[in-house]
Design a protein. Structure first.
Length: 127
């Protein structure tokens, strides 16, 4: 069990580092999913990318894990409006990253509960 938990926390950290890097390698993709009522999409994309990279690294460090896990939960709450916006508008993405492709309408809606599973995954490291 301990081995599995250690592997999963490092996997989580690497997922967030990778996602954060993609904010800088595909910034146009991320800017288009920022809901129009939010100001400065480019700044929000950069800030969230830096946060994902930083929190991804920190969650892999035992001394910072608890704080970083709470930060990941906060980040997931903060980006949730973008996921809702994508689902409600059936946003057709321009130039999505190769690893993602064009999501289906069902995929956009299924992504919403996945956010809660990701929050639960991070929450497991807050204790």
């Amino acid at each position: 069990m301990l081995w599995t938990g250690a592997v999963l926390v490092y996997l989580m950290g690497l997922v967030y580092v990778g996602a954060g890097i993609s904010h800088f390698t595909s910034p146009g993709f991320f800017r288009q999913i920022v809901p129009p009522m939010f100001p400065s999409p480019a700044a929000l994309v950069a800030i969230s990318g830096v946060a994902e990279i930083g929190l991804g690294v920190l969650v892999m460090l035992p001394a910072a894990r608890r704080m970083a896990a709470w930060g990941i939960i906060a980040l997931l709450v903060a980006v949730f409006p973008a996921n809702v916006y994508m689902a409600i508008t059936n946003l057709q993405l321009v130039d999505p990253p190769a690893w993602m492709g064009q999501p289906s309408q069902l995929g956009l809606w299924l992504r919403l509960p996945v956010q809660f599973l990701l929050m639960y995954w991070a929450w497991r490291y807050t204790r």
